[in-house]
Design a protein around this ligand. Structure first.
Ligand SMILES: [Zn+2]
Ligand SMILES: [Zn+2]
Length: 88
């Protein structure tokens, strides 16, 4: 399969809500199963091995960062560093 075909197929799956795009700044989009995305979580990007890990939970309280009159609809948190395998 060509790269563009892969992306087209991914897009179709995304439209069908079977997968969910995960945006890591400066990286090509990654995808995870919508089943995993259904429970709100965040991600850790290992800068050494380039793996992306799911993090459970959310620090919350983000509305407090908004200027007056803004509304918050969604957020993405990506922590970066070295994973346990890379540190070890
Ligand atoms: Zn790593
Ligand atoms: Zn969150």
């Amino acid at each position: 399969m060509s790269r563009s075909t892969v992306y087209r197929n991914l897009r179709a799956l995304e439209d069908a809500r079977q997968i969910h795009a995960v945006s890591i700044p400066g990286q090509a989009p990654r995808y995870e199963l919508a089943r995993a995305a259904a429970s709100h979580h965040h991600h850790f990007h290992c800068q050494r091995c380039d793996r992306v890990y799911e993090l459970e939970g959310c620090p919350g309280g983000l509305k407090g960062l908004l200027p007056r009159g803004f509304t918050l609809e969604d957020h993405t948190i990506v922590l970066t560093g070295k994973c346990g395998a890379c540190v070890g």
